[in-house]
Design a protein around this ligand. Sequence first.
Ligand SMILES: Nc1ncnc2c1ncn2[C@@H]1O[C@H](COP(=O)(O)OP(=O)(O)OP(=O)(O)O)[C@@H](O)[C@H]1O
Ligand SMILES: [Mg+2]
Length: 242
Amino acid sequence: MEEKYAIDIDHVTRVYKRDEFEIRALDDVSIRVPEGRFVAIMGPSGSGKTTMLNLIAGIDHATSGRVAVGGEEITSMRERDLAAWRARHIGLVFQFYNLIPVLTAFENVELPLLLTHLNKAERREHVETALKVVGLSDRMDHYPRQLSGGQEQRVAIARAIVTDPTIVVADEPTGDLDARSAEEILNLLTELNRQFHKTIVMVTHDPRAERYVDTVYRLDKGVLAGVEPGKAATAAAAGASA
Ligand SMILES: Nc1ncnc2c1ncn2[C@@H]1O[C@H](COP(=O)(O)OP(=O)(O)OP(=O)(O)O)[C@@H](O)[C@H]1O
Ligand SMILES: [Mg+2]
């Protein structure tokens, strides 16, 4: 059976110009992520990881090459179409959560839905479901400062999935968390992948994360330096052949 690709990055180069300098953040990178995978992008600081995520999320444009996400070529989309496309297909998770401090957990998660046609009752239903998935039904009325880092990140994940996006893109989602909260977040992302069939692309420095993912893409100085199966893939293959 022919595999469908959630993400198809084809010979992509991204050059940033700063004064007279040119920085090749990504240099002729090609990767294909099949639908339903949980993958990690790893590599040293400055190797182009965030640049890659931004291209996948349609936040940044390739200098050359082609980016297709969910079967749609986004390289040539106009900014207006791209914004609508992004709202439908991409859920974003950041290292420092990026919650709005004056809004409750409920209101933070509701934000992306204010851009949709859903009415208030429908929005409530979606927000409650998302907060239930991340295990925070009892924290709906809390403000970010009343939550632990791990809980804040779970609210941020609820906000990322409340629109039911095709792909969840996470940049160092465990980077600011202690080991235990980090593990909870990795388990939650695994659940979103397995149970809710989200394709997940996660940038991480955390070697422990390799246990959770199907594939690890290694970047080095803007070049794809390696593609390795993660431990989750190895475990699944062992299970299938047993
Ligand atoms: N908007 C920009 N303008 C100019 N240079 C940029 C821009 N964004 C990234 N760069 C440069 O591109 C290169 C790759 O940056 P990127 O943020 O993708 O790295 P990273 O792998 O995410 O690093 P880190 O682990 O530190 O987050 C770096 O040299 C960076 O300075
Ligand atoms: Mg980065």
